[in-house]
Design a binder for this molecule. Structure first.
Ligand code: GLV
Ligand code: MN
Ligand code: MN
Ligand code: MN
Length: 412
């Protein structure tokens, strides 16, 4: 049943990298890689993965939230399952590797061990949504596996389409969401992912074992003042929503710069009515706040929102704050981390531990099963940007460590 007997890890590595380039061209915006949750080009990614799974003789399906799941059964019906995967949605104008690299490495890993007996089932998962771009709330795909996506069905995107609408438009049934849940005994979840930051490059290491994923809050802020004439409204009479929001943005930057480990981002800001000669009456903006220590993050969030209320009030502006999501910092499973260290050591690869500043599906899976992540160096430390890159040798090293990891796990 081997699709290509004698295939080497170098061959598989070349195939993974070629596929990253090919899948980056499947997009909603020509000339960029832009693939929000369940957009039409998701079907083309699915078609590619269906083809690979079929050549490996895996059973494959798309669950009700749009995750593609390819399965190699275990030696017995009650054998536990090891899940391996990452996501196939992207941010706007993304690079070629965030998410997709981890999915393709999962498939390459399954092919690499195709001839070996394993005492567990292997399920490859291409999560449909991780970025939280279309609906603001991330991890819709992995939340469905843990049975916590039902509450998200009513969320609306910028066009007013709900998550349930998007699922139906893709030809799936949101009432079947429980079918996406993980059933039976789970051995754990392994996610390969590019680091998306500078730590491994600075350490001179191709790979890293994630110790924990930072916690984060996403919040919407609506500043409401009074639109008025830019020439005739004296400064003391203004209710300038954008001036209040601007003070908030600077305060967030200053706080994060002066608090070790804290990162704060205002990634969206819309001012209305948006004319050169009208005092802005309304501002809609977002805050993304992250820190490895939940107590620090929550204390700083509280302080920032209090400051925002103050900046609004001193201008006669009102502020409405709507929390979108909050996720606590999530340690990765000690046992699986140890296996990754042993596997990397056996391959002669350096394997420093590092904290992930990006959110990942592993932090959701960690609520129901042991979860671990292997990071692959980002040579230019750039991500959420089309110039995102990887070194070919590093990706091959990740694949080698993955194969060792399965060997060690099989012997446990
Ligand atoms: C997604 O990549 C995130 O961490 O925001
Ligand atoms: Mn990602
Ligand atoms: Mn991302
Ligand atoms: Mn992410």
């Amino acid at each position: 049943m081997t699709s290509n007997p004698g295939v080497t890890l170098s061959d598989l590595n070349a195939r993974v990298l070629a596929a990253c380039a090919d899948l980056a061209r499947l997009t909603e915006v020509p000339g960029t890689t832009t693939r929000p949750y369940l957009c039409p080009s998701t079907r083309d990614v699915h078609a590619f993965l269906f083809g690979w799974a079929a050549r490996l003789g895996l059973s494959v399906r798309v669950d009700a939230v749009g995750n593609l799941r390819a399965r190699r059964e275990g030696p017995a019906p009650d054998a536990p399952t090891l899940y391996v995967g990452s996501h196939i949605d992207t941010v706007p104008n993304a690079g070629a590797f965030d998410g997709v690299l981890g999915v393709l490495l999962a498939f390459a890993l399954a092919e690499a061990v195709q001839e070996r007996p394993l005492p567990f089932a292997l399920e490859l998962v291409a999560f449909s949504e991780e970025e939280g771009v279309r609906y603001g709330v991330p991890f819709i795909g992995s939340r469905a596996l843990t049975g916590t996506a039902d509450d998200l069905l009513g969320l609306t995107d910028a066009e007013g389409q709900t998550v349930a609408d998007a699922i139906m438009a893709f030809g799936l049934n949101p009432d079947h969401l429980p079918d996406a849940r993980v059933h039976g005994q789970s051995l754990g979840f392994l996610e390969f992912h590019i680091e998306q930051g500078p730590v491994l490059q600075a350490a001179g290491a191709a790979l890293g074992v994630v110790s924990a994923i930072v916690g984060q809050n996403r919040v919407l802020l609506d500043f409401t003042g009074q639109a008025s004439h830019a020439g005739t409204t004296p400064m003391a009479h203004r209710k300038d929503a954008l001036a209040a929001a601007a003070r908030f943005v600077v305060a967030a930057e200053e706080l994060a710069r002066s608090t070790p480990g804290l990162v704060a981002t205002v990634g969206i800001m819309h001012a209305r009515p948006g004319a050169i000669n009208i005092v802005p009456g309304e501002v809609h903006c977002t805050l993304d706040l992250r820190h490895p220590d939940d107590a620090v993050r929550l204390e700083k969030l509280h302080g920032l929102l209090e400051g925002a209320q103050h900046f609004a009030a001193e201008r006669g502006v009102t502020l409405t704050v709507s929390p979108m999501m909050g996720e606590d910092a999530t340690p990765m499973d000690a046992g699986l981390r140890d296996l990754l260290h042993r596997a990397a050591g056996a391959e002669g690869a350096a394997h420093p531990e590092l904290v992930s500043g990006a959110g990942h599906d592993a932090m959701i899976l960690a609520t129901v099963m042991p979860a671990a992540m292997l990071f692959i160096r980002s040579p230019n430390a750039l991500s959420h940007h089309p110039d995102e890159m990887v070194n070919s040798d590093d990706v091959e090293a990740a694949l080698r460590v993955g194969v060792r990891f399965l060997d060690v796990l099989a012997q446990e």
